[in-house]
Design a protein. Structure first.
Length: 112
């Protein structure tokens, strides 16, 4: 078992996202999270009032990470990408030299 409360909370939160993804919210129990995190059920309840609070904490962490990634990308000051142009409908190819960026509003792209 982990010694620090902060460590237990962090492990429970990280484990919760994995367990929720694998089992789904309706079937996951606090006991499942505790077992996968190798902490006691009481340790999970100490940090989270119930399964809903735990799921909210997982969602909050997910969106925090997305914001952090967005800020990192914005701070890189990358040059604008070239709009993808094709005569065929559908999404751009995933490989090659074409960019999957969307054209600027008001710009014209060749399409079908």
């Amino acid at each position: 078992m982990l010694a620090s409360g902060a460590s237990r909370r962090s492990v429970a939160s990280m484990t919760s996202s994995q367990v929720l993804a694998e089992m789904g919210f309706p079937t996951v129990t606090i006991q499942d999270v505790a077992q996968h995190a190798d902490v006691t059920k009481g340790a999970v309840y100490f940090h989270y009032a119930n399964k809903e609070a735990l799921a909210h904490a997982v969602a909050d962490e997910f969106y925090r990470r997305i914001r952090d990634i967005a800020h990192t990308v914005e701070n890189k000051e990358l040059p604008p990408c070239r709009p993808w142009r094709s005569s065929s409908p559908g999404p751009p190819p995933r490989s090659g030299t074409t960019s999957s960026c969307r054209p600027e509003p008001g710009s014209r792209s060749s399409g079908p």
